[in-house]
Design a protein around this ligand. Structure first.
Ligand SMILES: *Cc1c(COP(=O)(O)O)cnc(C)c1O
Length: 404
């Protein structure tokens, strides 16, 4: 689907606009009413001018839409704008981030195949890799993502894809995308990256060698805590060969309303994420030396364990800060309960600052040993910095730490 012929990008096709400009204009499909803002096409289907056109559309010989499970103009605008932002050729939007992860992995494997994945994953991603895929005969090996030799040693003749999340939830450990992509490609496998934590603003896995990028657009892309969504991005061939049919036939499609909210989110994403990242850096610096904090991890600080990798692959530190308070669960709960600006929630990437205690929420289901292996101690907290004034967030945390 091409962009509107009257949109500003096609007035002078030679000019290469910057990402902020493209996030406002790229991929718009204007209707005959020439509306300024992206239109919300809340429709299930499309009518054909005649029976021959319907036949041609189904044969793929006439451009246009057939049914919103396959594609919808508002959803297509979002897919086109996201693909452009990410440096991908194509993408498919989904109802949630987990639908995107499941689609991206399921689309690449069949019974008898094998997946290698980093162990530090969002809980539901871990379920897909460890429990769901094995039910269909796809085995998996979990590795410490920061140890390149473990990726290499996990390869088998039937390995089809490597999967990782970086920075990882909730420990913010960072995996070297370019190095892992090389190991995957040498083994004849692909690399799939869940890029939620860094956002498309700060990290571009495709340019580092990844074959597929997935997002939960629920997070920074919506950015204001409203709609669920996800997207799978890659080359046109990758999407056609692995994703296109599975997406159409099984129906994890994004609703047009949610796509419209996401499109409006993209317009302000650089402003929001830059502001949040700037505040997160200030919060991290303010808390790093706090006497009640035993460990603080922020990808924008020089003391991050993988600071050298971050320098090579990330343009910004993200809005997430993780820290461990002294005094275990009791202290961690007391800090959360004393907060007034920062709210307790397992979500992230919102305009509102949110804090969560992974050991008793997002990572409650995994064993105590698995938590310990990941560094998720009882005093460990994950903070998603929002759009409030940085000084209010810092004061809120300082007062709460004082009380703990
Ligand atoms: C939230 C999240 C998901 C899942 O997304 P949903 O939109 O909640 O389904 C997957 N991966 C990461 C890293 C996430 O933060």
């Amino acid at each position: 689907m091409s962009s509107d012929s009257k949109s500003s990008d096609s007035k002078s096709p030679q000019r290469q606009f910057r990402p902020e400009t493209r996030l406002v204009h790229h991929g718009i499909l204007r209707s005959q009413f020439a509306e300024t803002s992206e239109a919300l096409f809340l429709t299930q289907g499309y009518v054909y001018e005649n029976a021959a056109q319907a036949e041609a559309r189904f044969k793929g010989e006439s451009p246009g839409f057939q049914y919103s499970r396959f594609a919808n103009p508002t959803v297509r605008m979002f897919e086109t704008r996201m693909a452009d932002f990410e440096g991908a050729e194509d993408g498919r939007a989904t109802a949630t981030g987990m639908a995107a992860v499941t689609l991206a992995l399921m689309g690449q494997v069949k019974a008898g195949d094998h997946i290698v994945s980093s162990r530090a994953l969002f809980g539901s991603c871990l379920y897909v890799v460890e429990e769901l895929l094995p039910r269909f005969g796809v085995t998996s090996t979990l590795v410490d993502g920061t140890d390149l030799s473990q990726w290499k040693n996990a390869v088998r003749p039937n390995t089809k894809t490597f999967f990782m999340e970086t920075p990882a939830n909730p420990t913010l450990e960072v995996v070297d995308i370019a190095a892992v992509a090389k190991i995957a490609h040498d083994a004849g496998a692909t690399l799939t990256v869940d890029n939620v934590f860094s956002t498309p603003l700060w990290q571009s896995p495709l340019t580092l060698g990844a074959d597929c990028v997935v997002y939960s657009t629920t997070k920074h892309i919506d950015g204001q805590g409203r709609c669920l969504g996800g997207i799978v991005l890659g080359s046109a061939k990758f999407i056609q060969d692995n994703i296109h049919n599975l997406h159409r036939q099984t129906g994890p499609s994004m609703s047009p309303f949610n796509a419209w909210v996401m499109l409006k989110g993209l317009e302000t994403l650089p402003l929001r994420v830059r502001q949040q990242t700037d505040s997160a850096g200030k919060v991290a610096d303010a808390l790093a030396a706090h006497p009640k904090i035993s460990r603080l991890i922020y990808p924008g600080r020089a003391d991050h364990p993988q600071a050298d990798v971050i320098k090579r692959q990330m343009k910004g530190g993200s809005n997430l800060v993780a820290f461990e308070v002294k005094g275990g669960k009791t202290a961690a709960f007391a800090v959360q309960d004393a907060l007034q600006v920062v709210r307790i929630s397992n979500n992230l990437g919102d305009a509102k600052s949110l804090i969560t205690h992974p050991a008793t929420t997002t990572h409650q289901r995994i064993t105590a040993q698995a938590r310990a292996d990941l560094g998720i101690t009882d005093g460990f907290l994950r903070l998603s910095v929002g759009l409030e004034h940085a000084d209010d967030i810092i004061e809120d945390l300082s007062i709460a730490l004082e009380k703990a």
